[in-house]
Design a protein around this ligand. Sequence first.
Ligand code: AMP
Length: 434
Amino acid sequence: MTKQFSVPRGTNDILPENIFAWRSLEDSVRKLVHLYGYQEIRTPIFEETELFARSMGQTSDVVQKQMLQLAAQPKPEETGVVLSGLALRPEATAAVVRAYIENSLDKKEPLSKLFYIGPMFRGERPQKGRLRQFHQVGVEALGPGSASPYLDAEVIALAVHLLEALGVEGFQLKINNLGSLDDKKNLSKWLREKLGGRLSDLCSDCQDRFERNVFRILDCKNPTCREVIAKTNLNYQECFSKESVEYFSKTKEALSALGISYQESMQLVRGLDYYTNTVFEITAPSLGSQDALGAGGRYNHLVEELGGAKVDAIGFALGIERILLALGETKKVLAQPMDAFLVVLAPTLLSKAFQLVNELRQSGVSVDMSYHPGSLKSQMRMANKQGARFVILLGEDEDRKGVVAVKNMETGEQKEVNIKNNLEELIALLNGEK
Ligand code: AMP
């Protein structure tokens, strides 16, 4: 038997019947981010592996376990171009920062407000809401002008407004302050002091995290670790500088002024090294175990660490598949119905019909026909499937008279239109009610 190929594990085909939901989501996103002054950026879907390792941190789960690398170990028998040292992007922040530095965007504006929509790739164990190729919409605001609690509030508000505009209900926003880079060092020390005595009660992953990335113990899902954390008084802001505590207070004030409700959570730490100060996460409890719709935060040192200027930055990413899941079953409809479908009533008229269809397309009318025209009924079925607003009927009678019959599929009204000398009348009719 001939082998049948399947879509790779953890990836999905997005079929024409689902495109409407995707396109309308993307259109709403584009409209809304424009209201906030964000411009689109598109970066390649692969970058140097080292870029991700350096930005996300060697100890992060994504870098340790989920990177999809291109030909990490090229084999001699491999054919085609072998790309090594490259990985499919697990997220876009590192790539956007790379592009920001490489294209000297910092010299063009004090604040670059960028957004992206596109596929991301992680070598995950697939399950509902967890894919190997998924899509994110995200924003990044980078530059010296980024250092303002109003911008933190703006970015968080934008994420919330996006979800509201898309119709997602019942989601929850959690925020936290991780402090500046120095505060984070103090926080590591503080956490090690607090948790050191309970090490044997923590899961083996957390015992490992204790040295490598102690913050991650705070969001471990293991029940025994949760119990240890629940019994620890996490008033760690006491080891932060006055400035970063004040900055966070102002961010919260600005959020409240915008009427955004949030919950403060000391356990929200985010998995990546680059976060500083404000971090946030939005969840939809209706989604079950994979309930994160999106997350983000400040990364005030990443641009410098990747070789750029010392500028602050903040951003977020929302998962599009998760948003669609939260919205429930979406209407399966054609994204773009056709203007017309040409029904050919005699095989001898095929070549004439072919020409007519092509002339109409040249004039901006979307129109299709069958090159194996069956009965009137079967062609009408095809017209309906394509959502045609008009059906153009060409039979021997019409041909003799130099006309076509045009049926308005909504009203059922039908009339003859002359096409002997030119197509103007027909084009005007078909374009008329767009
Ligand atoms: P993260 O960078 O991991 O915080 O991801 C941001 C958002 O992207 C998450 O909140 C999810 O909505 C989405 N996301 C992340 N990983 C996946 C995945 N493997 N499959 C589907 N969506 C994902």
